[in-house]
Design a protein around this ligand. Structure first.
Ligand code: FES
Length: 153
């Protein structure tokens, strides 16, 4: 790759919105690849910006760093990922993202409805959860999808 096409850490920080410390951290975590100048300075391929956008989006919706790394590891090493490469990644993530979308929809729609949490505070609870019968299924808001109940136990 022509050195003129490579970006400095400052370029990437400005364009991606990530501070240089985060770029170095993601490199240490194996999420980013860099080359070095003879003087030891990092240089980034422009495709790094797409990786960073992907990292931020995934982290924003609660995807773990390990999952992000597993996803990015599906991309080719040493060449700029093509649309086909990203399509393969999105297919691998479709189930994960659909689960997330369903959870967000359930949260949005559940805010004014009975969520089976045991409070019996809404008129709707008397119909949807009389005498808190869903408690027999376990703790937490039993009408929320599993993703929204994760970590309660
Ligand atoms: S909202 Fe809590 S039991 Fe219905």
């Amino acid at each position: 790759m022509d050195a003129r096409d490579l970006l400095t850490i400052g370029d990437v920080a400005r364009r991606s919105g990530f501070p240089p410390s985060a770029l170095r951290f993601y490199e240490r975590e194996g999420l980013l690849r860099t080359t070095r100048t003879p003087g030891g300075q990092r240089r980034y391929e422009r495709s790094t910006l797409r990786r960073l956008a992907f990292i931020r989006a995934a982290r924003t919706i609660g995807v773990s760093l390990d999952e992000v790394r597993a996803g990015l590891d599906r991309l080719p090493d040493g060449r700029t990922p093509t649309k086909a490469d990203w399509t393969r990644l999105s297919k691998a993530w479709r189930g994960r993202l659909d689960e997330q979308i369903d959870a967000l929809v359930a949260l949005r729609d559940g805010l004014d409805s009975c969520i089976g949490c045991g409070c019996l505070s809404l008129a709707r609870c008397r119909l949807s959860n009389p005498d808190d019968r869903v408690a027999a299924n376990g703790p937490g808001a039993r009408m929320f999808p599993a993703l929204l109940r994760r970590g309660e136990q």
